[in-house]
Design a protein around this ligand. Structure first.
Ligand SMILES: [Zn+2]
Length: 430
């Protein structure tokens, strides 16, 4: 997904967007771009192949690599100096992630760079309103942009700085694309209020402010497209496979559209309640929540959709300077958000109703879980807390919930105050 948010200082965050722009390249310059792509690949792979030092360790330091390969690459390719730098930098990235994998016990072989892609920076790429010029093995190539409204909205915006870019070639359509990275600095939202969000199968999302995003039957494998897909998959014939391909595009758009409505709704909720943080579940745990009888197709669908929804939330939140933090949701559905008591008997798996066996608190189970997700973020110990969270308070349907001692373990948290928190169902707007 095209997003990377990073804290630059305490009050600002960088928001990067990648805008994919179709290029209109003059016919007689196609070959220059193809040659550049090919030689860039060669240069990256040459660097990876020479990325070991004498002791057999991989080199992850750019200036060491530079000394080792720069002159070879200049001699053996037609790439201009700055593209040579980008190519060995790309190789260093790949070497670094290989080292990381090896450290984690994954002994994969050295990577190969086989993408039809060239990495550009400010010295090798000039971006104008309607066109760009790119360094190639044969001088600069000028290519016009073929822009849609979406791309234009980012490229025309003054607050976005256009930075790096990547040239991509799509062999299926014989088309060149420029992926332009635009960046703006967004003021982090002040305040320490947290919106808790629970993702689940019955309701797609529930917020600690009591908003329920329904639409489960649309998303989770009961919709028309899903049923057709399943029957086509069962057939397995060639025509069924073709029909399946056409369908998967339509189904994806259909689900994405629903997810966008939900992530928009969550953002409305965060803004309405003046939240500066959104707490979501760490996705590695989502899998555990799925029913054992779910089939593979359905699981894949869930995994993909949950991930997509979280990315959409992060993407939209960053526009407002709202930070999205993930928390460990273990037992969030079994724990009482009122008294902290945890028991597997607290939640009725059939009805989804939560009733605390300790204090008697009774509430919709997904709503209870959404409050727990928010409370987990408030309970993060001081050394690991996100900047600016302060003491923190959880946004509820009306009012907030404060945690008096956030350094103690979650189950022993004391709650100072709680307002009414009865949830109301609200349909997803379209
Ligand atoms: Zn309780």
């Amino acid at each position: 997904m095209f997003i990377r948010n990073q804290s630059v200082c305490e009050s600002e965050m960088e928001v990067d967007r990648t805008v994919r722009v179709k290029l209109d390249v003059p016919d007689e310059r196609h070959d220059d771009l193809h040659q550049t792509i090919q030689q860039f690949q060669t240069a990256v792979n040459y660097t990876v192949d020479h990325g070991e030092n004498d002791d057999g360790y991989l080199i992850t330091n750019k200036s060491t690599i530079h000394d080792k390969v720069y002159h070879d690459l200049r001699d053996e390719t037609d790439l201009p100096a700055n593209l040579v730098v980008r190519s060995y930098s790309k190789a260093v990235e790949m070497l670094k992630s290989t080292v990381e994998d090896w450290k984690n016990g994954n002994s994969r072989p050295l990577p190969t760079f086989d993408q039809p892609t060239v990495v550009y920076d400010k010295r090798t790429l000039t971006i104008k309103d309607e066109y760009a010029t790119l360094s190639t093995v044969n001088g600069r190539v000028e290519a016009d942009f073929l822009l849609g409204e979406y791309q234009r909205s980012y490229l025309d915006a003054d607050d976005y700085e256009k930075r790096m870019g990547e040239l991509h070639y799509d062999p299926d359509t014989d088309t060149f694309y420029l992926h332009i990275v635009v960046r703006k600095e967004v003021e982090q939202r002040d305040g320490d209020r947290v919106l808790g969000v629970d993702l689940n199968l019955k309701n797609v999302a529930v917020t600690s402010t009591g908003r329920f995003f329904d639409g489960g039957e649309l998303l989770w494998g009961q919709n028309h497209y899903f049923r057709v897909r399943r029957s086509l998959q069962d057939k397995g014939t060639r025509s069924a496979r073709q029909a399946l391909e056409r369908l998967s595009g339509r189904e994806t758009r259909f689900v994405l559209d629903r997810l966008h409505n939900i992530s928009r709704g969550i953002m409305e909720e965060a803004l309405r309640h003046d939240c500066s943080f959104i707490a979501v579940e760490d996705l590695t745990h989502i899998r555990e929540r799925m029913d054992a009888h779910d089939d593979r197709l359905r699981r894949q669908m869930h995994n993909w959709a949950f991930r997509e929804l979280q990315e959409q939330i992060a993407y939209k939140a960053s526009e407002y300077g709202i930070r999205v933090e993930s928390v460990n949701p273990a037992f969030s559905s079994q724990t009482c958000s009122q008294c902290g008591h945890q028991s597997s008997t607290n939640r009725d798996p059939e009805t989804g109703w939560f009733e605390c066996s300790e204090c008697g608190y009774g509430v919709d189970g997904d709503y209870n879980a959404s409050k727990n997700v928010g409370l987990r973020l408030l309970a993060v110990p001081s050394g690991k807390r996100p900047d600016g969270l302060g003491t923190g308070q959880l946004a509820l349907k009306s009012g907030t919930l404060n945690v008096s001692d956030t350094s103690s373990v979650y189950s022993s948290l004391e709650f100072e105050r709680e307002s009414t928190d009865k949830p109301t169902a609200s349909a997803v707007g379209s």
